[in-house]
Structure formats: C-alpha cells, structure tokens
Design a protein. Structure first.
Length: 114
C-alpha cells in the first residue's frame, strides 16, 4: 500500500513563490507516474501537472510557464515549484501517483492573497 506525504504550502502574496514536495512510501518499486491536482473552494478537483519515469512532464494551461514539476525517482519524490502565484492558484494541492491504481496525498493548503 503506497502512502503519499506532502510537505510545503502556505500563504503568500501574488507574484511570490512556493515549493511543494511529496514522497511515496510503502510500495515495492518506483511509481511510474506522479503529479499534482488541486481543488479550490466550491470547485472540482483539477489536474495541475504530472511527470513520468522518463521525466516527460505535462502541465495544465493555467499553470504552464509558471510551475515546474520534477522528481527524484530513487526517493519516489515529486516536487512542484510554483512561481508568480496568482489568487486563482489558491486551493488545496494534492499529490497523486499511479501504478496499477491511483494514490492520493492528504492535501496541503496554498493561499495567494494580498
């Protein structure tokens, strides 16, 4: 059973940066796909970015060129560097991973407000 634990998040002003990390434990091997989703109040959970074992990464249009996803395969850890944050980025951010099924972290709050 894979367990995902997120670290990071917090409250910042527009234009500032934050860094999230998430480590997967309990599995037998590296997780093929890892990524991030987010859920704003009153909205559905939406995909943010994902990265494969070959480090191929994809981003939603709303965060492209502002967020960077990366991973450490040996540590089963995925990172999200968020730059130029906007108020509309305010949400609970969830770490996600997939092998034969989906796994979710507990979520971490990111608040962008002046």
């Amino acid at each position: 059973q894979v367990h995902l634990v997120e670290v990071g998040g917090g409250s910042v002003q527009p234009g500032e940066s934050l860094f999230l990390s998430c480590t997967g434990t309990g599995g037998d091997s590296s997780l093929p796909t890892m990524g991030w989703f987010r859920q704003a109040p009153g909205k559905q959970r939406e995909w943010v970015a994902s990265i494969e074992m070959d480090l191929f990464s994809t981003y939603s249009d709303s965060v492209k060129e502002r967020f960077i996803i990366s991973r450490d395969i040996a540590l089963n850890t995925v990172f999200l560097k968020m730059d130029n944050l906007k108020p509309e980025d305010t949400a609970v951010y969830y770490c996600w991973a997939r092998d034969v099924r989906d796994y979710w972290g507990q979520g971490t709050q990111v608040t962008v407000s002046s």
